[in-house]
Write a new protein. Structure first.
Length: 182
């Protein structure tokens, strides 16, 4: 898939010269003319694999999760992708938002249905607190649909000085179902 993404101007105050290991959370619960939730996630992963500033893409299993917000909406399909990137953190955020736009993300209501949500979970061991970007992601430790696939990809991960397995929701399957190993 051609992302039509302009990777120029890839520098900011969180500039890293080397490849940085990152994790992003993917979620979708809306079928539109571009595909089903699973297809939205697959298309986002394909775009990552084609991006020259990203390499070594790995993807967790896909999971179905009960919605966090309004309950009168379909379950979400969630996964986590891990990769190395030479994108700066803010350029990676632009890339994630371009992926959302490409899936024609429709924001109907807060915490409501969406064709694609792409959040930066971790950017190396960077700690970023800016209006536009918080890393590690602010909701990371509160979401089993993030922690369980993240743990699947990186069981030895240390988040904010604590092993991922020490976060209770990294082994709490409430509302979560394993879909497949795609
Ligand atoms: P959401 O509705 O969850 O997709 O939130 C989108 C907004 O969150 C965007 O305006 C981003 O600038 C902001 N944001 C802050 N931290 C992050 C992050 N770690 N990953 C993605 N978006 C983020």
């Amino acid at each position: 898939m051609n992302t039509h993404f302009d990777a120029s101007d890839n520098n900011d105050s969180y500039d890293y010269a080397a490849w940085v290991t990152c994790y992003v959370g993917l979620g979708s619960n809306l079928t539109n003319e571009l595909g089903s939730p699973v297809e939205h996630l697959q298309q986002a992963v394909a775009a990552m694999q084609e991006q020259e500033y990203i390499r070594a893409v790995r993807v967790s299993s896909y999971y179905a999760s009960a919605p966090m917000g309004p309950q009168d909406q379909p379950d979400f399909i969630n996964a986590v992708a891990g990769f190395e990137t030479t994108f700066t953190a803010f350029k990676l955020l632009d890339f994630c938002q371009a992926l959302e736009q490409q899936a024609k993300r429709a924001r109907l209501r807060h915490w409501g249905e969406r064709s694609l949500d792409v959040d930066i979970l971790l950017y190396g061991d960077a700690q970023i607190s800016e209006t536009q970007l918080t890393v590690p992601h602010a909701g990371l430790h509160e979401r089993n649909f993030v922690l369980i696939p993240l743990r699947e990809l990186a069981p030895e991960l240390i988040i904010k000085g604590k092993p991922i397995t020490d976060y209770p929701l990294s082994h709490d399957w409430k509302g979560l179902k394993l879909l497949s190993n795609d």
